[in-house]
Design a protein around this ligand. Sequence first.
Ligand code: NAI
Ligand code: MG
Length: 480
Amino acid sequence: MSQFEYAPALESTAIVNIAERYNLFIDGKFVTPKSGKYFPTINPANEKVLAKVAEANSTDVDTAVQAARGAYSKVWSKMPAAERGKYLFRIARILQERAREFAVLETLDNGKPIRESRDTDIPLAAAHFFYHAGWADKLQYAGVGDQPKPYGVVGQIIPWNFPMLMLAWKVAPALATGNTVVLKPAETTSLTALLFAEVCQQAELPAGVVNIVTGAGATGADIVNHPGIDKIAFTGSTEVGKLIASSIAGTKKGATLELGGKAANIIFDDAAIDEAVEGIVNGIFFNQGHVCCAGSRLLVQENIHDEVLEKLKVRMAHIRLGNPLDKNTDIGAINSAAQLAKIKELVTAGGAEGAEQWSAPCDLPGEGFWFAPTIFTGVSQTHRIAREEIFGPVLSVLTFRTPQEAIEKANNTPYGLSAGVWSEKGSKVLWSASRLRAGVIWANTFNKFDPASPFGGYKESGWGREGGRHGLAAYLKASN
Ligand code: NAI
Ligand code: MG
């Protein structure tokens, strides 16, 4: 037997109470959409409908923007900064108290393993509120002058890969800096944002400070194009990021865009190989590879290629794919049929272009959307799987001989969000880091996140930074 048997360890769903239908959260209340329309959200692990969610049209978006404007000018911008901070602390504490409820709901709606929603997404979401709560009355130290001013009403559009965490990344700094918010979650993962609306009520956050409108791309575009929006904060595909940039060109709207990535994870021959293998696995298979900063291009020094690949395959054969609610699960469901189709298309292209595919042996459940952890060897820089974001559990392996060649290959991408470097020599790590054109560089680790650390990209990976002091500056204007 090559693998330990694991008894199922299912997390109970009794803690969540999912309504049949969800309305829009505007001006502190849940209101029926003027559009009259609702769309289903499913559990991608079994394709069952969890609930129906309101689809906001332009009238609904306008109502939400007006509510945010009213709350901004009458309440939020007039409130002493320390008072604003108290609301953020309160929200952070409620998120901790209700963490299990959020984690289970996130796993049901998104398909990610409960281990990740429980240990990463929700604790980090609370941490973002705690961190920014502390900043609310210290904004003169944010690096934007003595009396920085908020933008006003911020439109925020988030993706489906880290629904609640991306909400926290957006809402916490916006509120700490005195802005009010109209936020749209992704259409496949609205439920934790709607539970967050309940948290806003529970925290007695003044009505209209946070408004949550659900819907798909058209609702997002209505937010972007609304004249009452002062700034857009977007995380998602580079394609939509470009659309947003062109829509707001020539207006006074500010923007931060956090877009795609194709990160290099560089393994030098002096690295601790077993640890590097763990880092490779975490870098690409965490969250089914639905991670903008995923280490999706492995650059391994040629003389250790065979050893690394052999160990990687042994490790991958022990990854457990299956029911996301099982606490033993490492890889959950792919978030949607559309995303699964995109992964399959790129994997087919990888084979057609001459790379060699190896997938970990594992049984895929009969229902739902699944993809086995996969690596491609013999990848060249021109292959689509080396250039395009796959956003799934698929790793492209390339080799290099010299450090210079590693850097050249790592930087040979339109993206520049993150990178990893594995070496026992600090000098080599620093030499590499200073030459890599990426916003975040991890040394002998991967996918580490902290609210105090700025995150963001070079080139087509986006504009601006989120988190830390730099992230605050993105929500503030200098007063003169
Ligand atoms: P997307 O960029 O279409 O969706 C992200 C968000 O933008 C969602 O809330 C969506 O409703 C909204 N949106 C869509 N069209 C819009 C528009 N015209 N104006 C305003 N908002 C709009 O991403 P999608 O289609 O879900 O995924 C496609 C690919 O994008 C993925 O395969 C992946 O490669 C990449 N992606 C990258 C993410 C990242 O974190 N960097 C997150 C999600 C997707
Ligand atoms: Mg869903």
